[in-house]
Design a protein around this ligand. Sequence first.
Ligand code: URA
Length: 243
Amino acid sequence: MRLDKFLANENIGSRKAVGLLVRSGAVTVNGQAVRKADLQIDAQADCVCVNGTPVRYNAHVYIMLHKPAGVLTATRDSRAQTVLDLLPPAMRRRGLFPAGRLDKDTTGLLILTDDGDYAHRMLAPKSHVIKRYEAVLDLPADGADQARFAAGIQSGDDCFAPARLEICEADPHIVWVEIREGKFHQVKRMFRACGKNVTALKRLSIGTLPLDAALRPGEARVLSEKEAMLVFAGKAEQIRRKE
Ligand code: URA
């Protein structure tokens, strides 16, 4: 792999910025100062340092995006802006895709990755990964809705597994929902089955990974591998606690 590509992939900077960095003499490969950005390196075996700090090779990248409303969860679209379009150039990598989807009007936590196994595991129904949402409803939620969510909802052809519904005491139009499936329009359809409409929906967490409160809508940051794996953490305990 080219040195500049490696450094850009590891989010040291854009291809152009890392080219300048290499030419400035700030980069060493196996202890030797190098000044050629197109130098071929073995990303797994060679030790690359920037200003003396080793750059770790990550086979995959995991990005947390605070998805704003009005943006499509897709890699590319001829007309609409997609979540991939929101990423700063330094974060873009070939093969990135959204792990799961949020509706165009839904906001909140979305993970983008180039790791197909990770996405598959996160989305597989048998993984029971819990997704937590905050929703605003057109009508106040009540105990009957909570009981229906807790029992699982069967409505027409729709069948949803038990889910947890918390109601805001100060304003019962505001609710928090935890689901462990990821069916199309699931939260909205569950409330429709209870005769209510969701007027705003935001994903707050996946597993034990919360949306970073420092990220404003449209902003993204690279997750450490440890953070990315939090989506799989604590789920058995959560399910036991909530059923
Ligand atoms: N449920 C929905 O209805 N929409 C989303 O975007 C996510 C979950």
